[in-house]
Design a protein around this ligand. Structure first.
Ligand code: CU
Length: 100
């Protein structure tokens, strides 16, 4: 589980805050953030992990993405005013994996 420690902060404040160990300057938690865990079939190695993380990260509105190979899960935090879950699923499917 990733807990955002600074969800209520209105601005960056020029400092690096930690969000579940992730540098918030590149992965900001803020308003309109939704977290989902997608069950994805076919991920088997580091290449799969990188391909999916890269594909999802390239979408607008993505704040955080992490593939857990052992559990077959893709955790995504996104701004639901910018992107919806379907578009995220489609990006994963375009990489050749199926979302169950
Ligand atoms: Cu692979």
């Amino acid at each position: 589980m990733i807990f955002c420690k600074v969800e209520s902060l209105p601005t960056w404040g020029g400092e690096n805050y930690l969000c579940g160990g992730v540098d918030l300057m590149s992965n900001c938690c803020g308003n309109n953030t939704r977290e989902i865990n997608l069950k994805v079939k076919g991920m088997s190695c580091g290449h799969c992990k990188m391909a999916i993380e890269k594909a999802v990260n390239s979408l607008d509105g993505i704040k955080y993405v992490e593939v857990n190979l052992e559990d077959g899960l893709v955790k995504v935090k996104f701004d639901f005013s910018v992107i919806d879950e379907e578009k995220i699923q489609n990006a994963i499917k375009e990489e050749g994996y199926s979302v169950v």
